[in-house]
Design a protein around this ligand. Structure first.
Ligand code: 13P
Length: 255
């Protein structure tokens, strides 16, 4: 089955609304053949409305939030709801990023609630999973990923999986400059797909897009994307430069 590549920028806590205008001017002038790839810009809550407005209706480029409350509304100071994100035209919500898990204590149970809330609002989760170096070296890789997938996707139906993207991001490769080798990424993503098959069946496993994230750069994007189970990227540092992100997107359209 051929899966359309999905290449996402995760700006993290970078890029002000004014900086987004400069960035998107350059990026939108530089990306190529976008129809062949889904492109997503993951901006902070404050920058998101500006990014959505600047991108406008665009069949290839969408915007993502980097987090969301699972609560619908009410007394939750500092939180942002699905309805608020929907209102400004948010398409995707990045959920369960390792920084949310490790720095803000998000566990699979709360991430699962957020996945349900995102889908209920008609948006698409980009669900992040990944192991630490200690877990990989301790032989826990498969256990960790299976637990994250089954917990975060609890009570999700096979039909709902059509709207979910998985991002495999080994924690040891995030922001470190150490990229998983294509073999490591491919082997692990093949395993992730096998877990999706256990949970949802072969058709869902074959159709689900699985991104790789962790020190993706223009120089390693083509080789990584050549791996059969890598369907795109979630890019941090290298996506802060619009020309470098455009080159990574071009890798997605080359193959
Ligand atoms: P880097 O590309 O900076 O390693 O970040 C990856 C990431 O965490 C994307 O969500």
């Amino acid at each position: 089955m051929s899966r359309k590549p999905i290449i996402a920028a995760n700006w993290k806590m970078n890029v002000t609304p004014s900086e987004a205008a400069t960035y998107l001017d350059t990026f939108l002038a530089n990306y190529t053949e976008a129809q062949a790839t889904d492109i997503v810009i993951g901006a902070s809550f404050v920058t998101l409305p500006k990014a959505a407005e600047l991108i406008g209706p665009n069949p290839a480029v969408s915007v993502a939030a980097q987090n969301m409350s699972h609560e619908a509304s009410g007394a939750f100071t500092g939180e942002t709801s699905a309805a608020m994100l929907n209102d400004i035209g948010t398409d995707y919500v990045i959920l369960g990023h390792s920084e949310r898990r490790s720095l803000y204590g998000e566990d699979d149970a709360v991430i699962n609630k957020k996945v349900h809330a995102t889908l209920a609002a008609g948006m698409k989760p980009i669900l992040c999973i990944g192991e630490s170096l200690e877990e990989r070296e301790g032989g826990q890789l498969e256990n960790v990923l299976r637990t994250q997938l089954s917990g975060s996707l609890a009570d999700i139906s096979a039909e709902q999986m059509a709207d979910i993207v998985i991002a495999y991001e080994p924690v040891w490769a995030i922001g470190t400059g150490v990229t998983a080798t294509p073999e490591q990424a491919q082997d692990t993503q093949k395993f992730v797909r096998s877990v999706l098959e256990e949970l949802f069946g072969g058709d869902v496993a074959a159709a689900t897009r699985i991104q790789y994230g962790g020190s993706v750069k223009p120089g390693n994007a083509v080789e990584l994307l050549g791996c059969p189970d890598i369907d795109g990227f979630l890019v941090g540092g290298a996506a802060l430069d619009p020309e470098s992100f455009a080159q990574i997107v071009a890798a997605g359209t080359a193959g």
